[in-house]
Design a protein around this ligand. Structure first.
Ligand SMILES: NC(=O)c1ccc[n+]([C@@H]2O[C@H](COP(=O)([O-])OP(=O)(O)OC[C@H]3O[C@@H](n4cnc5c(N)ncnc54)[C@H](OP(=O)(O)O)[C@@H]3O)[C@@H](O)[C@H]2O)c1
Length: 282
């Protein structure tokens, strides 16, 4: 039975991986900050050496971009050095390493989608710390999958929940109409991660749902699928209630997935519909 260590298992993506994997086929070690802080180098090494996973999936990170701007040392400690610690242990025990990453490694100034072969140029502390994490993974492991995604929503606090909360409370929400991305459900991301793991197709991947929209259109669709009325106002990012400093054009081209032609991500509206249905059923 394959042994997978999911690091940051209580977050959106860690939770989705646990929901999607087959517990009969996989032995899972779940850890989050309370059990194991990835910045504690010796503890990370000990855990890895005792449990000897076949795969380490690093979903742990400081993902709040405002916190990263305020506390850059924390951001680099977790997002960069934490990834380094896990990479060291992956190499030591011969495990495959899966590192989650983000469109924030790009500057967002392009007018066309970023492929895996485009140069990175992060503008935020979050983006710089995530790129540093990617670099450590590349430096310390050779059996790795670096998976960049964007606008991910799953269980937990995210853009979808913020839009729904505002509608439930009768608040008008000012949403950026000048930020573009591809909303991606955590479950769809989990599925591509689990698809790649048994393969030897190592390297960096862009994995987002198909299609592009603005934050404003995303919010409109969330309300539509939820059947709620809600009040939205399209505004530039500077006047938005929800968006802090983020790349304006956060669109990733799933170029490698397309050219190896083995896996297709679903359309973002279809995924959102599935997610909203599951939410209502919970
Ligand atoms: N969400 C997105 O839109 C998105 C898009 C692209 C890429 N990603 C990447 O995907 C990964 C997972 O994202 P997510 O949305 O699942 O994030 P999330 O919900 O914020 O989960 C991150 C988890 O990491 C934990 N964590 C923080 N510091 C830690 C530490 N020092 N040691 C161990 N665990 C720690 C957090 O615990 P606490 O909550 O207790 O701090 C949280 O449970 C991240 O690498 C992120 O950069 C996310």
């Amino acid at each position: 039975m394959i042994k997978i260590w999911i690091v940051g298992s209580s977050g959106q993506i860690g939770t989705a991986i646990n929901e999607v994997l087959d517990p009969l086929e996989v032995e899972v070690f779940n850890t989050d900050k309370d059990e194991l802080d990835i910045t504690e180098t010796d503890e990370v090494l000990n855990f890895g050496e005792i449990n000897r996973p076949d795969v380490i999936i690093n979903c742990a990170a400081v993902t709040d971009t405002d916190v990263c701007e305020r506390e850059p040392e924390l951001a680099f400690r977790v997002n960069a050095l934490g990834a380094r610690n896990l990479s060291i242990v992956a190499r030591k025990v011969g495990a495959k390493m899966v590192q989650l990453s983000t469109d924030d490694v790009f500057d967002g100034l392009s007018k066309t989608p970023y492929s895996e072969f485009d140069d990175t140029n992060p503008k935020t502390v979050y983006g710089r710390s995530k790129r540093a994490g990617e670099n450590y993974v590349k430096e310390f492991t050779h059996k790795h999958f670096i998976i960049r995604s964007n606008w991910v929503y799953g269980r937990g606090n995210n853009f979808v929940t913020k839009v729904l909360d505002a509608a439930d409370e009768g608040r008008t929400l000012a949403v950026a109409s000048d930020q573009f991305g591809s909303p991606t459900s955590a479950k769809d991301l989990a599925r591509i991660i689990l698809y790649l793991i048994p393969t030897n197709e190592y390297g960096t991947y862009h994995a987002t749902c198909k299609g592009v929209c603005s934050r404003y259109e995303f919010a409109q669709e969330i309300l539509r699928f939820s059947g709620r009325e809600g009040s939205l106002k399209a505004v530039p990012t500077s006047e938005s209630d929800l968006s802090s400093e983020r790349p304006a054009y956060a669109v990733l081209d799933n170029f490698i997935l397309r050219i190896i032609d083995v896996y297709e991500m679903p359309e973002w509206k279809r995924s959102l519909e599935e997610y909203m249905k599951e939410r209502e059923e919970d």
